[in-house]
Design a protein around this ligand. Structure first.
Ligand SMILES: *Cc1c(COP(=O)(O)O)cnc(C)c1O
Length: 369
């Protein structure tokens, strides 16, 4: 019972309570501090703003509760991914990255790992197991991959990668801890951009690393203190507040996405549709096994760039924007960034609007597209 998403969600708003003294504020205080009162021997006390902050600790406590593992906060998803790479890899290591995952992760490897002597290969998520993992120090997976929404078997990849001596890192941004549990499926480390659904209000960047491996956690904490890639206390406070409503937002977004995907599937203007929740989607069978929900991202292909732009910009309840996971439904044409998708491919991030009104607006914009 204690490891269900509902149990974790129910306990989340009460985590602070056992520490409160009479008269303490119930909400998490925002502590802006570079200095702490520190006479005499410093060990065991908050020392300096690059090492310690009580507002980070508040958000990390929530993230740890959700991940069921120690979690370390970072100023963005990429800062979390960088912390894992730069604290755990060394010259001569070889890593595997998904060719269809978040583009910036590959760019980081190309631009900054390669010159340090860390090489990388790429492989599509849908066939991530093919070829095995011999020779890799680290296997990085992202499932569902963004924007293709192909998925890979986290348990099978983890088992094969471990047998080959690699550590497994899962980017769980798209699913959040409520939608998928990579650590329970065998991954060693989770990284995520809390910029997306966890914060949920499109007003701040944030990220975290979670792991049950004490050495990995100690290494990323050292990286954060020494590199200075620390989150701002106000951003941590915002994410703490966002996490309090993640479960209810995520539930609405995933349920609405299921409804909208089913309706899009039958719409004459939609040439192709990807959503792991549809029974005939290539990701469906595996998604049912390893995901708690099917997520809130939908990939739909319209006839052309023009019709896709007209759909996105003409819909009253779609915010044209890159990024995803906000309370407002948003969409973009991924080919504008050079992703290997059709010119009319649209990534739709379903938000929290009531689904009847949302579908009506989507259908009206499709009819005009
Ligand atoms: C957005 C995103 C990131 C990067 O997060 P930032 O907060 O923008 O640095 C990493 N991985 C995935 C899958 C993302 O969607």
């Amino acid at each position: 019972m204690t490891d269900t998403p509902s149990f974790r969600a129910a306990k989340l708003p009460h985590l602070r309570r056992r520490k409160l003294r009479k008269g303490d504020p119930v909400p998490l205080p925002l502590t802006m501090a570079a200095m702490y009162n520190l006479p005499g021997a410093p060990a065991g006390f908050a020392q300096y703003g690059r090492f310690d902050n009580p507002t980070w600790e508040g958000v990390e406590e929530m993230l740890s509760h959700l991940e069921d593992a120690p979690a370390v906060a970072f100023p963005s998803g990429m800062a979390a991914i960088s912390a894992v790479f730069f604290s755990l890899l060394k010259t001569g290591d070889r890593i595997l990255l998904p060719s269809d995952g978040y583009y910036t992760t590959r760019m980081l490897a190309e631009r900054f790992l390669k010159p340090l002597g860390v090489s990388f290969d790429q492989r599509p998520t849908s066939s991530y197991l093919d070829g095995g993992f011999d020779g890799y120090r680290l296997v990085f997976l992202e499932t569902p991959a963004n924007p293709s929404l192909d998925i890979c078997d986290i348990a099978a990849v983890s088992a094969a990668a471990h047998a080959a001596g690699a550590i497994v890192v899962a980017d769980n941004t798209v699913m959040t801890p409520y939608g998928q549990r990579p650590l329970d499926l065998g991954a060693d480390i989770v990284v995520a951009a809390d910029t997306k659904a966890p914060n949920g209000h499109s007003d701040t960047l944030f990220g975290h690393v979670a792991s049950r491996d004490e050495k990995a956690i100690a290494a990323v904490i050292d990286w954060r203190s020494l590199s200075g890639a620390i989150p701002g206390p106000f951003e941590a406070w915002l994410v703490h507040r966002g996490l309090e409503t993640l479960e209810v937002r995520f539930d609405r977004m995933c349920s609405s996405a299921e409804t909208i995907a089913r309706r899009l599937k039958n719409h004459p203007k939609v040439q192709a549709l990807r959503f792991p929740g549809l029974a005939d989607d290539p990701s469906h069978n595996l998604a049912r096994v390893q995901m708690e929900r099917f997520g809130f991202l939908i990939g739909l292909t319209l006839e052309s760039e023009i019709s896709a732009e007209s759909f996105i910009n003409g819909c009253a309840l779609i915010q044209p924007a890159t990024s995803f996971g906000g309370v407002h439904t948003s969409a973009e044409r991924r080919a504008r960034w050079g992703d290997a998708v059709a010119p009319g491919f649209v990534r739709l991030s379903v938000g929290c609007e009531p689904v009847g009104e949302l579908w009506a607006a989507v259908a009206a914009a499709l009819d005009e597209a």
